[in-house]
Design a protein around this ligand. Structure first.
Ligand code: GLN
Length: 285
């Protein structure tokens, strides 16, 4: 028995499930048990008596201990599912979040599938947005930028692993990564850092393990969004779209920035929690 009276090493799948979900969040317990025991979701309920091997048990107990110490599940496993794909994740990149699938879907909704298009993803991190779009739109030529070499390494490995040959990676700050290339894009997407300095979330949960530069631009949290929105018209085709992710309470400010920059046909999209998470507009000039 361990200190808190739990069996240190459960003998069956059913016991392992009961044990793990008492220690950590049930959704995390489910992923870690599935990966540790190589069994499908819920099998520990229908086949609870199935024994687990000492190796599987050791794996599970080590992972549960790391999760209890706060480490994100994505770092424990080294990957996270996003938009139906498995993305490698390290401490050099933001962990892909379901909220950001809203941005991918908003981008895909305005991007034709039946002709070649050009897409730009600013601050690609793990590459989850650029690569998900590239896989869903094989005719699109996608450019993904990041200021971090380490992030570009993670993103290029993800593109190779997922067979996304239509993504090109460039290093640099926002549009500066493009240099003097005059190419215009049909769609620009970005999930930039947008958390304000001093926001309590920065010292809570998974965010403690993520790169600060990917989470917060400092100040009121809007600086990166300001730069991306102000720079977009010079890089969009006539009729091209800009779609950005932002904080749950930044929708009004982002709409105002889009309006002020001359964007039309403004759109709002909500994340799974019902928050206004993505805003976009069309460049018609
Ligand atoms: N969506 C992330 C969070 O609130 C923040 C990501 C970002 O700043 N782009 O946890």
């Amino acid at each position: 028995m361990s200190r808190d009276g739990e069996p240190a090493c459960p003998a069956s799948l059913g016991e392992a499930w009961d044990w793990a979900r008492r220690q950590i969040d049930a959704i995390d317990a489910r992923v870690l048990l599935r990966e540790a025991s190589a069994c499908s979701n819920g099998r520990w309920i229908s086949h609870g008596e199935t024994p687990i091997t000492p190796g599987q048990c050791a794996q599970l107990t080590a992972w549960v201990a790391r999760r209890k110490a706060g480490e994100p599940v994505a770092h424990i496993l080294g990957w996270r599912e996003f938009h139906g794909h498995r993305f490698a994740v390290t401490r050099d990149v933001l962990i892909p979040r379901p909220d950001t699938e809203t941005l991918v879907d908003a981008g895909l909704a305005v991007l034709p599938a039946d002709r070649p298009t050009r897409v730009l993803d600013l601050g690609t991190g793990s590459g989850c947005i650029a690569i998900s779009i590239a896989v869903a739109r094989p005719l699109a030529a996608v450019v993904a930028t990041d200021a971090s070499d380490a992030a570009l390494g993670v993103a290029s490995a993800n593109a190779a692993a997922l067979g996304a040959g239509n993504v090109r990676f460039l290093k640099g700050d926002w549009y500066a990564a493009l240099g003097a290339d005059p190419t215009r894009f049909d769609l620009i997407v970005s999930n930039p850092p947008y958390i304000a300095t001093g926001d309590a979330h920065l010292t809570d949960g998974d965010l403690r393990f993520e790169p600060m530069g990917a989470l917060s631009p400092g100040g009121d949290g809007l600086d990166a969004l300001r730069a991306i929105i102000a720079g977009a018209p010079a890089h969009l085709t006539s009729g091209g779209w800009l779609m950005v992710e932002h904080g749950w309470d930044q929708g009004g400010a982002v709409r105002a920035l889009l309006n002020a920059a001359g964007f039309e046909d403004l759109v709002d999209h909500h994340d799974l929690g019902g928050n206004h998470r993505v805003s976009g507009g069309r460049w018609r000039r």
